[in-house]
Design a protein around this ligand. Sequence first.
Ligand SMILES: Nc1ncnc2c1ncn2[C@@H]1O[C@H](COP(=O)(O)OP(=O)(O)O)[C@@H](O)[C@H]1O
Ligand SMILES: O=P(O)(O)OC[C@H]1O[C@](O)(CO)[C@@H](O)[C@@H]1O
Ligand SMILES: [Mg+2]
Length: 461
Amino acid sequence: MVTGLMDEARKLSIYTAYNTNVDAITYLKGETVQRLIDEFGADVVRKRMDEYPRQINEPLDFVARLVHALKTGKPMAVPLVNEELHTWFDSHFDYDVERMGGQAGIIANLLANLDFRRVTVYTPHLAKKQAMMFVPKRNLFYPVIEDGRLVLKHPHEAYREGDPIKVNRIFEFRAGTTFKLGNETITVPFSGRFIVSARFESIRIYTEPELKPFLPAIGQMSDGAILSGYQGIKLRYSDGKDANHYLREAKKDILLLKRERDVKVHLEFASIQNRELRKKVIYNLFPLVDSVGMDEAEIAHVLNALGYSKLADRIFTYNRIEDTVLGGKILIDEMNLEILQIHTIYYIMYITHADNPLNEEELRSSLELATTLAAARASLGEVSSQEDFKVGLNVPYNERGEYVKLRFEEAKRRLRTREYKVVIIPTRLVKNPVSTVGLGDTISAGAFTSYLAMLRKKGAL
Ligand SMILES: Nc1ncnc2c1ncn2[C@@H]1O[C@H](COP(=O)(O)OP(=O)(O)O)[C@@H](O)[C@H]1O
Ligand SMILES: O=P(O)(O)OC[C@H]1O[C@](O)(CO)[C@@H](O)[C@@H]1O
Ligand SMILES: [Mg+2]
């Protein structure tokens, strides 16, 4: 059934923007973490963990946030604001794997590999190295303006010498890894990734002014748009520009995309450490988009920014289904979203209003496709073809699958859900994933496009 749905989804044309980067991946071993802790001293690390730095200014900030992430097993991302630290990272870690990073880049490659009709990707900075990380597929395009006209070229033909390049450091951690923090023995509870996101002045999240007038045309030729990268906006820049400026432009972009055709827009949320910025992104952009996707740490952060700090703490600490449903209901109501998708390690959930054109079974099948796609990527490292997708079908549901369903039924009885459609599926979880970074992007791309495919079949797109 999901294979048939994938065939439908593949008929779509998708636009995706804004963020791409190079992910430099390190696979963390217990000894590596131990060495870091020993270098700074357990007490010093613990003290900095209590201070909970929101950005990385010096190596100790990194070590403290990394150890915190490992202790909770949560997917976290912390901005790196001090460019000089690259040298420190280089002296402490080997980066064997370099690959496409950033929601827009990952999703563009994925959908192109799955033979979608047309994938148009836009990223404001396209250095040669970045461009070459795009897959050599003929259905993949980058918009270029030539003689005042919109021309679609493959990213390999569209790079600009001299564009800045952004490198994020990814630390993949695995459940069961152990190390000691002083007397405390820490065992990592879940596999995941810790992202050190480069946040430097030179990288901006925006559409170049020459391209902007063509956004209505791009919207018109697309069945859906997947936008992300807003987490990369900084509150202030030295040239006087600020987050308000970039968010105003981001709002214009969405309205322009929708001008000629009410193209559905999905926003893939990513961790924003700064609460002020997080709030701005939520309040400015969520009301303009149709669909939002995020992970469990992110929904907790979002609810916190909206003032629901107790609920946020509960989700962050216990990840209970009932709390996530409650949080999801709050979010789709306050932001009037058409659909919200939350992915967690054990389950994926959709929440819509009761009048959504799709029925619960259809919504579930969209999530089934999403987890199958993620399982394929986790097994293989990359989904390079339609055939690869099928690998996901052989990955069993996680061992808590039945428990998840039970708790969900309980939650539905306890909470008022009549005005909503809430569906959940257990994840297909790969025991030894090649990597986990980008699996959430994969889930969201699979979920949103299959959702669109079903809407289209019903004449609701
Ligand atoms: N080993 C695995 N096998 C299959 N799916 C996984 C595995 N590990 C994580 N996932 C899925 O990937 C999601 C990660 O999403 P997210 O935290 O948004 O990552 P990213 O932002 O790096 O894409 C999890 O919520 C889970 O559903
Ligand atoms: O927030 P940034 O720096 O744009 O980075 C996003 C990060 O999220 C991912 O896209 C995974 O979701 C990584 O590939 C990337 O490093
Ligand atoms: Mg994510």
